[in-house]
Design a protein around this ligand. Structure first.
Ligand SMILES: O=P(O)(O)OC[C@H]1O[C@H](OP(=O)(O)OP(=O)(O)O)[C@H](O)[C@@H]1O
Ligand SMILES: NC(=O)CC[C@H](N)C(=O)O
Ligand SMILES: [Mg+2]
Length: 512
């Protein structure tokens, strides 16, 4: 899951973009990038690594301008080469740069069309480069030197007709302004807000999560609607347009389960409250299935994400909640790391047991989800090593059985521990004394908030195999599986348009 941000301000935006990217870091740890725009020129810095490692003072000083976009990447297509770090750039028409969160499911077909019909060159296997070129083609087809906002929306509407899959996008067009748009189901989140500058003028930020806005003093206006585009012109005038009839409003359930920060509000649903309710529902199921004499002495979360639901679960079970695992704050998220070896090693580096909380106790370990089973397998052993009597395990989400095709890199069924295994088999594999998963209906009830939100349902494909865009074939899934299993990624040939450790820099900004 990547994070995107765009800002249209009256003062330099380099720092506010940097700050927003650090707030969105949990959405992608592989690469980061910023492009700013000033007097018809773009200024770019992007590379592999975390935000704090990619941007040095010298880079920041060169990112000049009052308009800009930024990206943190967690790859779902192409390779993890720095050449595929975002934002991407095309020089025609006008000069466009774009940052994308999501995954296009017809990228291969589009890439062929771009080559054969639109005479466009793609230099990577990234679906985001495809998206940018489709957008560029549709804007070019207008044939205008000075497009109006309506022209830009016309081009975006034509682009919508060609794209399939999930996308939340921010982009800059030189001489025009900042655009942002969201797929017709609203699978990936996108929210915008405003603040007033020191001299009383309105400034805008668009980002993947509301925390990016509030952290920089922007007030949330609203979520970008499914199928809607917004355009902030160079005079800072905001234009909005519903480019395509929205489909069912169905954001990705995994945002609420794991991806998003708990302090974010996505589609008017508080992620924090949703996670609390997940804990409440799971406690009800434990009471029902394990009875009142469940034998649990203590509830222990697996930091970080499960903390919120574990806390509420403990409260509802009337059992003590204890922080039995300490987290090394300098290690990032395990699940979004690129290789299984790295993920496995990092669980042990990241979490350490406090023996006092385990010794001779029956512990219930709670995680937000079990995907590959990397975390729970290691952690159960650690609990036993720390002296636990019995180790029970609870997942605040149902078993993850199906690949994700909308921006989460879990493309291979055989890499998902619950795929093809019963709950009892999973229990044996991970070595728990008891295992319980949330029911999907309960999860949906926990997240849905009809009082505050217009959301009609959720993309729950990883749990039920029903892909919300409706066009995911077995052939596509097989193809994805071949391209993106861990082994293929490890052997992946980097697409060379630069050496992997040298960022593509098409704006003339040179590295020191
Ligand atoms: O079954 P697995 O394949 O191990 O995946 C699930 C685990 O990965 C995530 O943790 P992660 O360390 O990425 O992030 P967190 O610190 O936010 O919990 C998630 O919270 C689970 O703990
Ligand atoms: N996780 C994402 O949103 C990935 C965006 C894009 N598909 C990439 O691989 O760079
Ligand atoms: Mg976790």
């Amino acid at each position: 899951m990547c994070g995107v941000v765009g800002v249209a301000a009256h003062e330099p935006v380099n720092q506010v973009l940097y700050d927003a990217l650090t707030v969105l870091q949990h959405r992608g740890q592989d690469a980061a990038g910023i492009v700013t725009m000033k007097d018809g020129r773009f200024y770019l810095r992007k590379d592999n690594g975390m935000v704090r490692d990619v941007f040095m003072t010298r880079h920041m000083m060169r990112l000049i301008g009052e308009f800009g976009v930024g990206h943190v990447r967690y790859p779902t297509a192409g390779t993890s080469s720095s050449a595929e770090a975002q934002p991407f750039y095309v020089n025609s028409p006008y000069g466009i740069t774009l940052a994308h969160n999501g995954n296009l499911t017809n990228a291969e077909t589009l890439a062929k069309e771009l080559y054969q019909d639109d005479l466009r060159h793609l230099n990577t296997n990234s679906d985001s480069e495809v998206l940018l070129n489709v957008l560029a083609h549709e804007i070019q087809a207008l044939g205008k030197t000075q497009p109006t906002p309506d022209d830009i929306f016309t081009a975006i509407s034509s682009m919508y007709k060609r794209l399939e899959g999930a996308y939340a996008v921010v982009a800059l067009i030189t001489g025009q302004g900042l655009i942002a748009f969201r797929d017709p189901n609203g699978i990936r989140p996108l929210v915008y807000g405003e603040r007033v500058s020191a001299d009383g003028q309105t400034e805008y930020m668009v980002a993947s999560e509301s925390v990016a806005l509030t952290g920089s003093g922007f007030k949330v206006v609203r979520d970008v609607k499914p199928g809607e585009a917004i355009f902030i012109d160079l005079n800072h005038k905001l234009h909005t347009y519903q480019c395509i009839e929205p489909k069912e409003y169905t954001p990705c359930m995994f945002e609420y389960v794991y991806f998003a920060r708990p302090d974010s509000i996505i589609d008017n649903i508080s992620v924090y409250k949703a996670r609390l309710r997940m804990g409440e529902k799971l406690a009800q199921k434990i009471r029902k299935e394990w009875g009142e004499d469940h034998d649990i002495d203590v509830v222990i979360p697996i930091p970080d994400t499960s903390r919120t639901s574990a806390m509420e679960l403990a409260l509802n079970l009337n059992v003590k909640y204890r922080e039995g695992f300490m987290k090394n704050r300098y290690i990032g998220r395990t699940f979004i790391m690129p290789g299984q070896q790295q993920r496995k090693k990092s669980v042990r580096q990241k979490l350490n047991a406090v023996p006092l909380e385990f010794k001779n106790k029956n512990v219930l370990l709670v995680d937000d989800s079990i995907v590959r089973g990397t975390t729970c397998h290691e952690i159960i052993q650690m609990a036993r090593d720390a002296g636990a009597n019995k180790v029970f395990f609870a997942s605040a989400a149902p078993p993850v059985k199906y690949p994700n095709v909308y921006g989460i890199d879990m493309p291979v069924r055989s890499e998902l521990i619950a795929s093809g295994h019963t709950v009892e088999e999973v229990r044996q594999i991970i070595g728990a004394d008891r295992l319980i998963f949330q029911d999907l209906d309960d999860l949906i009830e926990a997240v849905q908030d009809t009082k505050h939100s217009k959301v009609e349902g959720f993309d729950c494909a990883v749990f039920d195999g029903k892909y919300i865009t409706g066009n995911i074939t077995e052939e596509y899934l097989n193809c994805l599986q071949e391209q993106r299993n861990d082994k293929a990624k490890a052997n992946g040939i980097e697409v060379i348009n630069n050496t992997p450790d040298t960022p593509v820099d098409m704006t003339g900004v040179q590295e020191n």
